[in-house]
Every structure is written in C-alpha cells, then in structure tokens.
Design a protein. Sequence first.
Length: 577
Amino acid sequence: MTESSSKRPSDFIRHRVAEDLKQNKNEGRVLTRFPPEPNGYLHIGHAKAICINFGIAADFGGLCNLRFDDTNPTREEEEYVEAIKEDVRWLGWDWGDRLYYASDYFEQLYEYAVQLIKKGRAYVCDLSADQIREYRGTLTQPGKDSPYRGRSVEENLDLFKRMRAGEFKDGSRVLRAKINMASPNLNMRDPVMYRILHARHHRTGNRWCIYPTYDWAHGLEDSIEGITHSLCDLEFENHRPLYDWFLDQLGVHHPQQIEFARLNLTYTVLSKRKLRELVEGKHVSGWDDPRMPTLSGLRRRGCTPEAIRNLCERIGVSKTDSVVDMALFEHIIREDLNKTAPRVMAVLRPLRVVIDNYPQDKVEEMDAENNPEDSSMGSRKIPFSRVLYIERDDFREDPPKKFFRLTPGGEVRLKHAYYIKCVRVVKDKQTGEVTELHCTYDPQTRGGWSSDGRKVRGTLHWVSAAHALEAEVRLYEPLFIKPNPEDEEGGSDFKANLNPNSLEKLTSCRVEPSLQGAVPGSRYQFLRHGYFCLDTDSSAGALIFNRTVSLRDTWAKIEKAQKKGQKNQKFLSPDGQ
C-alpha cells in the first residue's frame, strides 16, 4: 500500500483488497480496469468509477487497464475513444501501455462460445427479440424454454459457424447460454451471448457480422487480461451470478466482481442515452456544452480535475445509492478555485462613469494583488482614468433600504483606487434610462483608503473605459429545474424539466486589460461575480468567458425557498474575496 493510501479513509472495497493481499490471493497482484463503452462522452458519474479503479490500484501498488467495451458498432465511434482517453488523462490518471479493446478478443470470445456449445451449455435460438422477452417470464413468473433449446451440439455448431459467415439476416438468430429458465434471477434465464449485426465496426471493419453482448464479453475480457478485482456500480450486482457462471463453465481465471454505489447528482441526468438525446435534439450545443455533466463540458466550464477528485473522495465508496446535492459540488469547486484563481475585475452590465475632477489625459497604474489566498501569485497593475465603467446594478437613483452602493450624492470606494461621489445623473430623454453618471473623486484616498478616517460602506469593482477589453460572458444555471429531472410524474418526458434560463449571454461586457493574451481554459475570479473560464471558442479579438460557479450558493437558496419547511442541508462557502 502506498503512503498516500495510508492517510485515506478505508472503505469496504479497499478492505477487501487488503484482505486478498494478506492471503496472497492472485500472487499478491492488484490489477483493476476502467471499461467504458465508446458510445458517448464520459460524465461525472464515470469520474467516480475512474477514481475508484485507478485510485485503488495506485493505493495498493497495482495497475489499472483502460479497456474499451466496443461490442456495439452501431453506436461506437473513434471520436468517443479519443475523448475518453483525453478525459481520463485530464483527471490525472494514466494506463501506461495497457490500452485494450473488447474487439482485441473477438476471436477468443468466439472460441469460448464454441466451447460452451460443445459442452451443451449454449444453443442457437430462432426466436425474435420480442419472443425472447415473452418467453423470459417476469419477476413473479418463471420463463419457459425456447422450442430451439433442445438442438443438438452438432446443429448448434453448424448454425453458429454460419451465423459468423454472414449467412443469416440481422435479428434472425442469436446464440444463448443454456442455464435455467426458472431462475429467480432473470439474468440467468438463458441470456443472449451473440446477435447478428451486419454493421461496420470502427476497428475491425466488416470482418465480423456477429457481436458479443456485454454480459458475455465483459467477464471474459477481465479474465483474459488477468484482472484481479472487477469493480463496477450496483447496476451490475444482479449480473454477478452470470459473470461467475460463464467463467466457472469455461474454467478460466476468475476475477472478483465487487459493486459500489454510483454517483448521482441533483439537477442532472447521467444516462448516456439521455445525454445523447440532448445533443442530437439540439437542446445543448454538443457533448462539451458547459451545461452538460460530461467531463469535457465541466472542463470547458472551468471545473478543475482536482475538484472532481475531491468530490469523489468526499462522498466515499458505499453500497447504498444516494444523490449528491449540486450545492456540495459547487462548494468544492469554489474551495479549489478560491486558492488557485487570480482575481480580476470585469463589468458585465456596464454603466459609464465620468470623474469630472480627474485630469482628462491622466492615467494611473493601481496596484492589485492577484490572489489574497496565495501571496506567491504576486500582483498586477490596473489602469485608472477619467472615464470608467461600473456595474449598472451598483447604482440606484431611488435606493432601497440598506443599499450601500452608489446613489445620487452618495460615496463609495472603488476597489484598489479612490473614493468617488455621484454628483449628476444623465438619462435617455425618451426612455428615462440612466446612461451616464458624473462623479468626483477624492485624491487623498488612493488605494481605496481615506487618510482622514472617513469610512464608506460600499466597495465597487470597475474598469477603465479606454483600456478595458470587450468580452462576451455566458452565465450558466443548472440544465434542469427539478432536483430529479427523471421524475416523470404524469407521464412527462425528462426534457420537459429543462431549464429555459440555463444560459444567459451578455455581449457588451468589459474586462480589465490584464486578460489580454489569456489562453482558453484560464480560470479567474471576477470580483463580486464568481469564477469564470476563458472558453475554447475565444480568440484574441473575441474573448468569451463561461461562468464556472457563482461566489455564493444562489441555487441552493432558490431550492431552499422551494422546499420551505423541509429539512434540506446546504453547503455554503465564503465569497472568496
């Protein structure tokens, strides 16, 4: 066990692995695997499986393979393969030279199937998919035997060989295991092992027209690779007897399958099929849309791999399904970015401010620390001039009670700069909208502090109009309006719960000039607004920032209001300033 693992709280899987090593099971080896299907992009639920499989292997001095279960050519693409590899590396894990595919073993899987046929443990069935479901029975009623279950070994071998040769149409025949149609476990009622599918495979081309099912292939792939601990989520707990049955019938190396609870997140769907619906239905811009729970979407939004790993570690490993509150995840993101993100000033909804008593051609350089949480990040210079922009919401002509920002005749502090006082308001003659403020500044308050002890309640961020960079800012909220979007009460589709306000684009924003030359993926705290990331669509002349997370847990407050009177634990964080 590594030094880092000795500091990590133990869990039932690590305890099991430790016991196996103590008994010298598997000759003291630990070899796990992460086995994604390349039929979509990885999401945050996969992140937990990645961290468990790679993390446990690392903790015990073992190895973890990356294996693509590419057994369904109609849904699989090389694009997904490359995206998955990128995501695993981004999370901080590496598989070395141990990259495998189920298609690497197609010939061996076929030979294993032939062995089962010869043992009388598999047969070719001509029932249609609907008939197989009908014959299967229910949880309370046993299934009934297929009329083709009694075929001879010779006939089954001949038909299976002809299936491989492409002699039959799609769906006309399957190869099934011969187990027990009366088993209380539906997975043991003669499950399908092979189906006919004339489709081009992204790696093997047209070499095969029969493809193994996941249940048939998965355990044997583990066996072929010498996996010691096959770690998977609770969805596969009822499949474990079948996993064991195939391996025992063939007498091959038998890994131990251990199940754990998957990661579920509020206001999110984590079904690849449903995520694909969102992409193909144009409800989002793609798999990497920052509103998506995919790892590529979270990365584009500005979430760090450290935050995701911290989430997986905090929720732990258990045998009981639960739902993680989005508020906890956002809190963890804030904790991470608060330590690492430089502070900058950005005005999202600009209001022009003219400082009447400031010299027209004068420009000062104001000192500003980059991150008060880390002095090693240093400081920067911010230009200050006669004409500025502040947030439109930071001024009220008729302010409500306890409004400590700028008002007519009121005085505020400009962060890193001076005190200013509003002396005149300019409005649009037709609409009455405030278009410009005229202010005066106190030159004795440079740096934002008064030498005479005068205090003000409000501190505003700002940018110099002559020096600021134009930017587009995208504000994100959860993609769904319900904590459980898949709650289909009344027969509604999960897409009916999409949040129509999940994205707001602000196109006239201004950011301080220190962001000139920022590269996509750079993360910042926009003072008083939240954490933002420069989008991959940005260019030198068109800056686009995605809001990663707000400074405070505003969504949790909304949810709390919706659930008034109910116990609802919330996770709040400091504002990070």
